[in-house]
Design a protein around this ligand. Structure first.
Ligand SMILES: [Zn+2]
Length: 126
């Protein structure tokens, strides 16, 4: 389960960003996860939900953009789609496919709430 350690470093990064910018909370985290990155999206989501409690990202929405896997087939001499790095070519069934895309795992965007500029009006009470 290396998803949990990925999430831990991600949350650490968010904490750093928040304290550097003076933000109190993070609204949205956008990640790119490639189909060939070896990262399981359900495991990642699950780890995120359990690890996020008590951090600045506690109320953040996690958006995961899944990047399709692609590879170069030496036999077909073209780019083919790959569901996992060990999969053979969907065209010729050959195993000589070099993964070329979908290996990424990266933080794309961090949307923060800046309470200094965007004050939420207090709800009318008494
Ligand atoms: Zn092929």
């Amino acid at each position: 389960m290396h998803e949990l350690s990925l999430v831990m470093s991600l949350l650490e990064l968010c904490e750093d960003e928040a304290s550097r910018g003076g933000f109190e909370r993070i609204d949205r985290i956008v990640l790119e996860v490639g189909a060939l990155s070896g990262v399981s999206v359900p495991a990642l989501t699950f780890s995120f939900e359990s690890a996020v409690l008590g951090t600045v990202s506690e109320f953040a929405e996690l958006e995961i953009r899944e990047i399709p896997g692609t590879g170069w087939c030496f036999h077909c001499e073209k780019t083919v789609s790959l569901q996992d790095p060990l999969r053979s070519c969907p065209g010729c069934g050959g195993s000589g496919v070099l993964p070329t895309g979908g290996m990424e795992f990266r933080l794309c965007e961090l949307i923060v709430r800046d309470d200094r500029s965007g004050k939420i009006p207090e709800k009318g009470g008494d």
